[in-house]
Design a protein around this ligand. Structure first.
Ligand SMILES: Nc1ncnc2c1ncn2[C@@H]1O[C@H](COP(=O)(O)OP(=O)(O)OP(=O)(O)O)[C@@H](O)[C@H]1O
Ligand code: SF4
Ligand code: SF4
Length: 276
């Protein structure tokens, strides 16, 4: 089973939940698609042995051939190039690597060259993988796509998604069997949970909720889920012990055997839902 863990809102406990789930079930690959801030490794402590650069293709001008006609800039839907007084300006960070400008050039005055935007790192058996986007790079999809290509066909996979609900999240959850939406009982948590629910419904992947940092305010999430017939798979209390363990890079399931069992039970429940 491929299970994606996401949360509309950052900081709700997505990494805590995904790394805890990975640690509570057998034969599971962990993939950290939160490539701007991959921190699952701080908990799981893999020994990184392989580093794969992630390259993208960006256009380059052959100056001798260019007539300054501007067809390339007209073809670019992402404003990543402009022709100013006959000179082509390329903004590689904005480029979406579609190749349209190269096709549009009537003079064959453009070639594509490779540019590194980040890396994918794995341990020796690839049970752990994360992507790292280079600082200042705005487009992370190619790194997530490479991680998804390296997903094992056999066994279970837990995918720690980026926060939010943009295209990086869509790329991360695509092809998954189930989504766990992690939320917290605050108005902000509820607001962003609603966006995440809309997203997974649109993509058409079955889902359930983990209510993290559960407290006396949990009612707002319980009511939201009751009204929509959404399952709350697991409630994790707001706990100083969990926060303290986190600050030392220790997962809650390492200090609480009962919680580890609950993660195992949640996995079985998800399995039951997916296999129906
Ligand atoms: N049950 C809990 N009780 C108390 N604190 C918690 C609990 N779960 C998580 N936290 C705290 O919430 C913070 C965020 O946790 P975590 O990094 O898992 O969230 P995240 O959703 O992955 O964040 P990001 O959006 O940065 O990826 C941490 O400081 C952690 O200590
Ligand atoms: S490859 Fe596509 S996005 Fe990049 S500059 Fe050319 S047309 Fe624009
Ligand atoms: S389309 Fe080709 S020839 Fe025209 S400006 Fe662009 S690179 Fe130069």
């Amino acid at each position: 089973m491929k299970i994606a863990v996401l949360s509309g809102k950052g900081g709700t406990g997505k990494t805590t939940v995904s790394a805890s789930l990975k640690s509570s079930i057998e034969n599971c690959q962990y993939i950290d698609c939160d490539v701007e801030e991959p921190n699952g490794g701080i908990f799981l402590k893999p020994e990184i042995t392989k580093v794969h650069p992630v390259m993208v293709k960006v256009p380059e001008i052959i100056k001798d051939k260019c007539t300054g006609c501007g067809e390339c800039a007209k073809a670019c839907q992402f404003n990543s190039m402009a022709v100013v007084k006959g000179t082509v300006l390329i903004f590689p960070e904005l480029c979406h690597h579609c190749g349209a400008c190269v096709l549009a050039c009537p003079e064959d005055a453009m070639i594509e060259v490779e540019r590194e935007i980040g890396v994918v790192e794995t341990n020796s058996d690839e049970s752990f993988m994360h992507g790292k986007l280079n600082v200042g790079e705005p487009i992370s999809i190619p790194i997530i796509a490479m991680l998804k290509d390296m997903v094992k066909e056999e066994g279970n996979v837990v995918i720690d998604c980026p926060p939010g609900s943009s295209c990086t999240v869509v790329e991360s959850v695509e092809d998954c069997d189930f989504c766990i939406l992690v939320t917290e009982p605050t108005p902000f948590g509820l607001h962003d949970l609603n966006i995440a629910v809309e997203l997974v419904k649109k993509i058409g992947i079955p889902f359930g909720i983990v209510l993290n940092k559960a407290s006396e305010n949990s009612r707002i999430i319980n009511e939201y889920c009751d009204e929509r017939n959404i399952d709350i798979l697991l409630e994790i209390p707001f706990s100083k012990k969990i926060a303290e363990a986190y600050s030392k890079g220790i997962l809650p399931v390492e200090v609480d055997a009962d919680l580890k069992n609950k993660f195992g039970d949640m996995f079985k429940e998800i399995e039951g839902k997916v296999l129906i």
